[in-house]
Design a protein around this ligand. Sequence first.
Ligand code: CO
Length: 304
Amino acid sequence: MVFWQKGRLAFALVLMAFLFFGQVDFVQAKSQVAAKEGILLAAFGTSVPEAKTSFQALEKAFRGKFANTPLVWTYTSQIIRKKLAKQGEMIPGIADALKLLYKQGVRVLRVQPLHLMAGEEYTELERAILLEVKKHPTRFQAVYIGRPLLESREDAEIVGRAVLKSSQAKRGEGTALVLMGHGQEHGRAGLAFEGVRQVFAGLDKMVFMATVEGQRDFDELLAELKAHQVKKVLLQPLMLVAGDHARNDLGGDEDDSWASRLKAQGIAVDLNLQGLGVLPEVAELYMEHAAKSKDDLTKEPKKQ
Ligand code: CO
């Protein structure tokens, strides 16, 4: 074979390979267009500007991992949405957020609730999305809902270690760490909280937890601190954002804040006003829950 014939053969082979793989690429690109993914981050919401750092950190992490993917926020609290709207900040409710994502071409949606535990609010959010899906059955090919932050024992260990690490610098020798969870008066949240409390205590015996609106209250916390002869505490919220509860109910100057009530008992108090959302481990866990969810709300449950 003369040189130019060899060259032609090689050229033909390269051309065939190019066409073949090009074809595959083209088919893949076509199917990707057909099922564009999108993210919906659903939080209770906050109107405290300083608390936004948590949301900003989470958004940055999600945009990094799910690049070129439309991302929309929704706040489940109508009161907070109305308050923000008066200040010119429009955050959509669930129905509007889903419509927005659909209009952006999203056909496979990943909803990640930013709730800490699967309490009543998580259930309400899930139901609200399910109702929207039923109302507009042709919009999305799939709507996956992610589990909350603290879903498994392993989740609690990851978050517990991250919380301990983040408070280390502020927490001196012999100082107990006191975490304020939100909690709910009724329902399963109280039980989930007890599970998390036990896992955290397993990591560090000097971590104490109670809730501002839940079943484990301040009096139980105080009794426990006294039983352990705690003289000094670092207070920190176990909430996504260091918002109103952290700034007022936990660390506020009023007589009924946890800080004031502990001081009145002769316990020295230090504050760490930091929401969980700023911890990279927390963002990582939410993203994992979002990416791994196979719970598609558009599908009928499997027959048993
Ligand atoms: Co509250």
